[in-house]
Each structure stands twice: as structure tokens, then as C-alpha cells.
Design a protein around this ligand. Structure first.
Ligand SMILES: [Zn+2]
Length: 379
């Protein structure tokens, strides 16, 4: 986003209360339409996110359902359930999955006949493949009505958490894609089940939260990383970073609400070291790298690699690279060798100076985020 100016413009629509025309339109959307809608809003942003990162965000969204579900607070459950559906769609879009056909195969046409089902359970032949989200919710509630009688919203959530955990595990193990997609279909079915058990209409609650925009920045195509919750920061120290400097970075990051994933004394001795760094970076929303002052050491290839990885996987505005001002080393090497990347190394003199500079960066980001939260929109 860089120096893009921030303008204020009135929101075109409100997010509470849907007019009749709008209601008719969204209630007619097929699953493919919803996928395309979330693909349009978030596809650009998710292009640079790894599947692993997106799954970890889905895990967080599901976890955020626990408290509202405990208190049975529908007004808080609804927007969270909409988020779970949004991330499920975004993942299906990224992985190019035909979610509706998959769910139909798994839960509709070829649904396993449950051993406990009663003879009066509706036969699957009575249904045709659902089109709209409301049709889907109806199908799941009818086909599984016997099972659903035994389910509470809370134990459906537990079952969904298990499937989300399995999804993360299968993806990490690089399991065959059909196992991964099958879990995604299961999460979709649990989302419908929870909505049904709470007598919430999933299509309505998703529309109320997302309408046609990203609810944070209000844009129809969300292309900024600053409007999703910033929680995790990748931090890399060199073997020469002093304890005082380390403390300053970790303390400031914590004060600004970040959880930190620290990779200290990065050295690349095997490909495993590189993938360990990538794993941590792909779980992060921001990064801070304290460069080693001496470019002649083998360890610095690790930090050069990390810097480039952070620049390509995270937004440049969320990556801060610091170098000791007195020494000429890796900073100069990075800036000259990778001129196209426009890597900016911020020079510091001592721990105190580092603290001021880093907190300035974090404050700038915080201001940008709060302006977005207050309803200004980035053009
Ligand atoms: Zn946005």
C-alpha cells in the first residue's frame, strides 16, 4: 500500500438491516456465487498467503466461537459463524475446489446411511442438489434431522473444531488434496448445522456482515493487509544481537499486542533451516529482522533469505528490517543486491534508539488500522 493516501468516503450501504431488493439478491446466490464473491473481495489479498496461514486463520475463527457459544449469545455467534464461512469460501477459492459438488457428494447424493437412522427418516431421493445457501441449510437439517436431535450447538462446535484441527494436520503433512477438500466440506456442513440448531439463517448472517465488501476497509476488493487482525510477528535476531536489543524488540511488540515467533541466530546449514523459517513467517502477519552487522558470515545468508521471504509473503509495510548504523554489512548488501525489492534497512545506534524507531513503526501501523476501523476507506 505504501504511501497511498487515505480518503474518507461515505459508506454506500449500512451493514445492519437489509433492504428487500438486497435480500432477494443474496438469497438467490448459489455456493459457487458465494465462492466467487469472497474470491473477488479477498482473492488478491490471499494470493500471497499460504494455505497454511489461511487454515490457521480458520482455526482462530472457529476458536472465537467458543465464548459466545458458551453464553449462547446469538448476536455474537452470528458474525463469528459468518467469518468461518468466509474463510471456508476463501480457502475453497484458493484451492480451486468445487465446494458445492463436493458437499453434495459427501452429504447429499451419496451420504452414508446412518446406522441409527429411523425408517421414517426422509429418503435422500426426495431431495435434489441444493442451489442456494438456504437450500443447503434445509437439506442438512432434513437429511440429518435424527442426528441433529442428539446434537447441541456446543457439541457441533467441538466436532467442527476436530475437523478444523484435522484439516491443519492434513495440510501440514501434505496429505492428498481429496482428504483436505473432504475436511473443508465437513466444516461447511458443521457451519450449516450450527446455524440450523440455533435457528439462524446462514445466508442472512453472512450477508449482514460482508454484504459486498470487506467489513474492515469497506472496499469491494480488499487489497490491504492492515485490515485483518494483526496478532503474530516474526522476529529474527542475529548472533550479534545484544540482550538489551532483544528485550527492546520483544517488549515493544508485546506492548502493541503482538505475539512473537522468534528465530534467533539464523543459520542456513540445511534446507530444513530454510523451511523452518518459512513455516514461522507463513504463520505471521508482520516481521522484524535485526541484521547481523557482518556480511561475511555464513549466518547472513539466512537473514538475507528471511528478508526476501518476508517481503514476498507479507505486505512490505509490515516488515521492518534494522541494521546497526556503525557497521557496513548485510544492510548494504541487501539494498544493493536486491534493488528491485526496494528493501529498506532502518539504521539504529543503540538499544534505546532502536526502541524509539521500532515503536514509531508500530505506532504508524496502529494509526492506519484505527483510521480503517473508524470507517475511512483506502482508495
Ligand atoms: Zn479489507
Amino acid at each position: 500500500m505504501g504511501d497511498t493516501p487515505i480518503h474518507t468516503r461515505p459508506r454506500e450501504r449500512t451493514y445492519s438491516g437489509l433492504d428487500e431488493e438486497n435480500q432477494r439478491l443474496f438469497s438467490e446466490l448459489s455456493i459457487d456465487d458465494w465462492l466467487a464473491k469472497f474470491g473477488r473481495i479477498y482473492g488478491k489479498r490471499h494470493d500471497k498467503h499460504t494455505t497454511e496461514y489461511m487454515i490457521s486463520r480458520l482455526v482462530e475463527e472457529v476458536a472465537e466461537l467458543v465464548n459466545p457459544m458458551d453464553s449462547q449469545d446469538k448476536s455474537r455467534i452470528a458474525p463469528n459463524l459468518a467469518d468461518v464461512f468466509s474463510w471456508t469460501c476463501s480457502l475453497a477459492f484458493k484451492l480451486d475446489i468445487d465446494l458445492s459438488s463436493l458437499a453434495w457428494q459427501k452429504y447429499g447424493k451419496h451420504a452414508p446411511h446412518p446406522s441409527w437412522s429411523q425408517p421414517n427418516q426422509p429418503s435422500l431421493q426426495e431431495f435434489s442438489m441444493p442451489q442456494t445457501l438456504r437450500d443447503w441449510q434445509e437439506l442438512i437439517s432434513k437429511v440429518y434431522q435424527e442426528e441433529n436431535l442428539r446434537l447441541s450447538p456446543t457439541n457441533s462446535l467441538v466436532a467442527m473444531m476436530k475437523d478444523v484441527g484435522d484439516l491443519a494436520m492434513l495440510n501440514r503433512k501434505r496429505a492428498p488434496i481429496d482428504q483436505i477438500t473432504s475436511k473443508l466440506a465437513a466444516i461447511f456442513a458443521w457451519t450449516l448445522t450450527i446455524a440450523q440448531l440455533l435457528q439462524l439463517d446462514l445466508a442472512t448472517i453472512v450477508q449482514e456482515k460482508y454484504d459486498d465488501h470487506c467489513p474492515m476497509c469497506g472496499q469491494q476488493i480488499c487489497d490491504t493487509d492492515v485490515c485483518h487482525p494483526f496478532k503474530t510477528m516474526y522476529v529474527s535476531f542475529s548472533s550479534q544481537t545484544s540482550d538489551e536489543e532483544k528485550y527492546v524488540i520483544l517488549d515493544s511488540a508485546a506492548n502493541f499486542g503482538f505475539r512473537t515467533l522468534v528465530n534467533s541466530a539464523v543459520a542456513i546449514e540445511s534446507t530444513r533451516d530454510m523451511s523452518a523459517s518459512l513455516d514461522l513467517i507463513s504463520k505471521s502477519d508482520a516481521a522484524c529482522i535485526l541484521l547481523h552487522p557482518d556480511a561475511s558470515r555464513n549466518a547472513d545468508y539466512g537473514q538475507a533469505f528471511e528478508t526476501l521471504a518476508c517481503y514476498s509473503m507479507l505486505s512490505k509495510g509490515n516488515v521492518w528490517v534494522f541494521g546497526k548504523a556503525e557497521t557496513i554489512g548485510l544492510a548494504e548488501y541487501l539494498e544493493s543486491t536486491f534493488a528491485d525489492e526496494k528493501i529498506q534497512v532502518i539504521a539504529y545506534h543503540d538499544a534505546n534508539n532502536l526502541k524509539g524507531l521500532f515503536e514509531n513503526c508500530l505506532q504508524t501501523l496502529r494509526l492506519k488500522r484505527s483510521r480503517i476501523a473508524e470507517g475511512e476507506q483506502i482508495i
